[in-house]
Design a protein around this ligand. Structure first.
Ligand SMILES: O=C(O)C(=O)CO
Length: 340
């Protein structure tokens, strides 16, 4: 579908793209008429959408410039939220983030609507943070820092830092982020093995070895998660799976918290089966399991792996590119469901 007509199509936005360069917004304002609503809870935003559709609709697209620092989020993006847009012919939704576990993509596909994500913005930022977290966990930096702050000098009776050059990194999920983490950690001398739904073409493996899920469990010294959260990956790491891993494994997660059963992880940390965990994401955000907070063997950050000075600008620009492509060609740049 190409949107060519003298009447400008209407686009509903949630929050303003306040960090994107003015000219990239101005360009789009020439192509479409924008109406905005503000971030709030799911039910409040559902009401605002229904009202906007009634008073200003119909809209061809709905794009969300989420404010990451402000709760509540309006998720899930489901029929109850966007139904009035769908019923009045909206054809494209987009929000920030590589992940889209908060979106009912099945519902959108059944209605022939695109959902477009922003896979480029988080890739390098998350991979950089993951590399830092792998090194922190290998070195036990949280324990050392806690000692230093408590006025204790180096305690060699505590497990010493593991040497990256003698360690194997198992990556679960070899998409954009997994590939960058593999390259980063090979620079530190780690052997990298990976598990993915499908093996990568050889020229994309770049030194990483494709292995079975079982091999990841028994061969890795560190496992880093980079898979999406879906029905197949929810609690992929549970008590039974932790038991099949090497003793003293290190777990790093910058993907989605619910890929791990947090109760099982806390138990595995307490028993020493898991030596350390470095986590950016949690099963019930923004809550962090008290057992993870209490453990001396965790390095924790509040879903901040992507968050640097430029990420909001780049994320907003990626959403605007999705919108621009949709307005020009009828199809956004990064579709997760190709309904064309
Ligand atoms: O890109 C995503 O999906 C994120 O969660 C950013 O941290």
């Amino acid at each position: 579908m190409t949107l060519t007509s003298d009447i400008k199509p209407k686009v509903l936005i949630l929050n303003a793209p306040d960090k994107a360069p003015i000219d990239s917004v101005a360009k789009l304002k020439e192509m479409a008429e924008f109406y905005s609503i503000e971030q709030a809870s799911h039910d409040a935003v559902a009401g605002r959408i229904a009202e906007a559709v009634k008073e200003k609709g119909p809209f061809v697209a709905f794009v969300v410039f989420i404010n990451w620092w402000s709760r509540p989020f309006p998720w899930p993006m489901d029929e109850a939220l966007v139904g009035p847009l769908v019923e009045t012919g909206c054809k494209m939704f987009s929000a920030g983030g590589a992940g889209y576990d908060f979106v009912d993509v099945k519902y959108m596909s059944s209605k022939g609507i695109y959902y477009a994500n922003t896979p480029k913005m988080p890739a390098l930022r998350t991979a950089d943070s993951t590399a830092m977290m792998i090194l922190q966990a290998l070195r036990g930096s949280s324990e050392r820092e806690a000692d230093a702050r408590a006025g204790k000098w180096f305690d060699p009776s505590k497990p010493l830092a593991k040497d990256a050059r003698c360690s194997t990194l198992g990556i679960i999920g070899m998409g954009n982020i997994g590939k960058l983490v593999s390259e980063h950690m090979q620079h530190f001398g780690m052997k990298v093995i990976y598990y993915n739904r499908n093996r990568l073409p050889p020229d994309e493996e770049k030194g990483a070895e494709y292995v079975s899920f079982e091999d990841i469990l028994v061969r890795s010294d560190v496992i880093s998660l980079h898979c999406p959260l879906n029905e197949d990956t929810r609690h992929l790491f549970n008590k039974e799976v932790f038991n099949r891993m090497k003793d003293g494994i290190i777990i790093v997660n910058t993907s989605r918290g619910a890929v791990i059963d947090e109760n099982a992880l806390v138990e595995a940390l307490d028993s020493g089966k898991v030596l350390r965990a470095a986590l950016d994401v949690y099963e019930f955000e923004p809550q962090i399991h008290p057992g993870l907070i209490a453990s001396k063997h965790t390095t924790l950050s509040p879903h901040a792996a992507v968050a640097n000075e430029t990420f909001e600008r780049d994320q907003q620009m990626e959403i605007l590119l999705n919108l621009e492509s949709f307005l020009k060609t009828g199809k956004p740049t990064h579709v997760v469901n190709d309904v064309s």
